[in-house]
Design a binder for this molecule. Structure first.
Ligand SMILES: *Cc1c(COP(=O)(O)O)cnc(C)c1O
Length: 367
């Protein structure tokens, strides 16, 4: 992408010197992966930063979620949202589980807790909600339903790095939460992911699942995967974690500029975090109402692309309409999600996005 083009995101990186300083000892130790020194250090730093008692690192967020679901020995049906990235639904299906799609709330795009109970059957084993755009789900309602029916709750918190809600770290809700440290996220280790969890027994289960089910040198008692995080990725994570607060503060400035330009414009709705949310400014989704605004989402998308701006239609298409699942799900059962997916556009947002570029983007939308 050349100079004048603006992508939807841009990966945060430390200086080369900072990274080299951390990885240099690896040429001596030759301990490149398999839970090395940097891995332990990163795990400890993350647990502290995220305010979670326990966290386990993975090669990426998707494998973290897939193995977290496996760790809880789920069966049958899992209630989830279609307004998410492919990973959430695929992780459920790849575990041999049946996703049951619940509609979302129009105000914050998270799973609608008032519609969950009607979907529970005697085959339901878990709820997999998504803190989409870093917006906390209705965690207390979900907790109440889960305990009433004896269901596990595993959050897809891929967008929610560093978010707090009602005075609590987001990763302390539910039985487990998956965080993604992919290059495009608020915080990255190039590729990487983590699972925070409440029950200490889960630690060992996750450890084996990410390391081929190996219990000891001569005992393999699980059918595990390989989802270990390497030392090079951990080093990148450690460096980026030192700067993440500044990066989030810069994101806030960019988001505030969008708010000042686009807030209150008729036919256009920005998503603002609700009460009690300490947000991470991860994304800038905007809903366009064609009749009121005068242009459709797709028209705005095309106009921005012509001007060298590359927003994304996150999340369109809905996962319950994917070609891979053709004929399996009925999108009519999630009308709000369908409504939002048709109107949403996620605008460029990253720490170093120039405020003049934000103005250029807003001018283009409002022209
Ligand atoms: C990014 C993302 C994932 C997957 O994380 P990776 O680290 O890219 O594997 C899962 N769910 C959601 C909602 C995401 O945005």
């Amino acid at each position: 992408m050349n100079e004048s083009q603006i992508a939807v995101t841009r990966s945060s990186m430390p200086t080369l010197e900072e990274y080299v300083e951390l990885i240099e000892p690896l040429w001596e130790s030759r301990w490149l992966t398999n839970m090395g020194i940097l891995h332990s250090r990163f795990e400890e730093m993350l647990g502290q930063y995220l305010g979670v008692p326990m966290i386990s690192l993975f090669a990426n967020g998707h494998l973290a979620l897939e193995l977290a679901l496996q760790a809880f020995n789920l069966s049958g049906e899992v209630i989830t949202t279609p307004f998410t990235f492919a990973s959430t639904t695929h992780a459920i299906v790849r575990n041999g589980l049946q996703p049951v799609f619940c509609d979302i709330r129009l105000d914050d795009f998270t799973i609608d807790p008032s519609k969950i109970e009607a979907l529970i059957t005697d085959r339901t084993s878990a709820i997999v909600p998504v803190h989409v755009y870093g917006n906390p789900c209705a965690v207390f309602e979900i907790e109440r339903i889960a305990s009433k029916y004896g269901l596990k709750v595993i959050y897809d918190a891929a967008h929610a790095f560093g978010v707090r809600f009602a005075g609590r770290a987001i990763g302390t809700f539910g039985d487990a939460s998956m965080f993604s440290f992919h290059a495009t996220k608020v915080f990255n280790s190039v590729e990487g992911g983590g699972v925070s969890f409440a029950d200490p027994r889960i630690r060992e289960i996750l450890y084996r699942l990410k390391n081929f089910g190996i219990a000891s040198e001569e005992l393999v008692d699980g059918i595990g995967s390989n989802a270990k995080m390497s030392e090079f990725h951990a080093a990148m994570g450690i460096c980026n974690l030192r700067h993440v607060d500044e990066e989030i503060a810069k994101r806030r400035d960019v988001h505030e500029r969008y708010e000042s330009r686009l807030g209150g414009v008729s036919g256009l709705r920005m998503m603002l975090p609700g009460d009690g949310v300490d947000w991470n400014f991860s994304y800038c989704p905007v809903l366009f109402d064609e009749t009121e605004f005068g242009s459709s989402r797709n028209e705005i998308y095309a106009r921005l692309r012509n001007a060298g701006v590359h927003p994304r239609k996150y999340f369109y298409p809905l996962t319950n309409t994917f070609a891979s699942y053709r004929g399996r799900f009925d999108v009519d059962l999630t009308p709000i999600a369908r409504h939002v997916a048709k109107r949403v556009l996620t605008l460029p947002l990253y720490p170093d996005l120039d405020l003049n570029d934000v103005d250029r983007i807003c001018d283009c939308i409002l022209e």
